[in-house]
Design a protein around this ligand. Structure first.
Ligand SMILES: [Zn+2]
Length: 221
């Protein structure tokens, strides 16, 4: 039984280290879909993510809704982030996740150009809305299955010091939930991988130019 944990909208100097501590305690590898704006603000956190064996994915520069943006701006959002991650971490991402699951055609075209695999998710506990750590943990545990990809949030669009309106901001419930559900999933027999290592992890979450995400997955941040 193998599944994947993903953390979006970071890095955060406050919450990402707490997530990394928990993952390290359990020997689990995860994927962090970071925003270029935050990468530039918090480069040390980015380097720690890589140093501890996790995978970085591209989550655009400033977390806009891509659908409706001019194609040149979509390209800029993704390309600048790709460049910043590569410069700061020495790793070039191979995974892309659109903000809000809004995989606009222009974004998928840029992904094809840059060798980025668009990836969605299959379990959305809506942690960013702070429903309570028990609720988050229970939603993840209820969605656990072989091939599942969990969408969590370790950071905030705009960064810790200037969180965007509506972005939630406080990720302490996400951290507390992780410390609850991760040992339970391990006890239940789950192992954890990263989608770059296992591309067919969840067929429904792997997108191409010809496969838009189903409407029910377009809920996250
Ligand atoms: Zn996001």
């Amino acid at each position: 039984m193998v599944m994947a944990l993903t953390f979006d909208d970071g890095p955060s100097p406050q919450y990402t280290p707490q997530v990394l501590d928990i993952l390290r305690d359990h020997g689990v590898q995860a994927t962090f879909f970071v925003c270029g704006d935050n990468v530039l603000q918090y480069p040390d956190v980015v380097r720690r993510i890589v140093a501890e064996g996790h995978v970085l994915g591209n989550h655009t520069w400033s977390h806009p809704e891509l659908d409706g943006l001019p194609a040149a701006e979509v390209r800029d959002q993704i390309q600048r982030t790709q460049d910043a991650i590569t410069d700061i971490s020495g790793r070039t991402p191979t995974l892309f996740r659109a903000p809000y699951g809004d995989f606009a055609d222009a974004a998928l075209a840029v992904c094809a150009d840059l060798g980025l695999r668009p990836i969605s998710w299959s379990v959305d506990p809506t942690d960013w809305a702070n429903p309570g750590s028990e609720v988050i943990a229970n939603r993840v545990l209820a969605g656990a299955a072989t091939g599942a990809i969990v969408l969590d949030h370790d950071g905030t669009e705009g960064g810790d010091d200037n969180p965007a309106p509506g972005s939630g901001g406080d990720r302490s419930q996400t951290v507390a939930a992780l410390s609850t559900y991760l040992p339970q999933l391990i006890d239940a027999g789950y192992a954890f991988t990263t989608p770059d290592a296992h591309p067919p992890l969840t067929a429904g979450a792997m997108l191409t130019l010809d496969s838009k995400p189903p409407p029910e997955v377009i809920r996250g941040r």
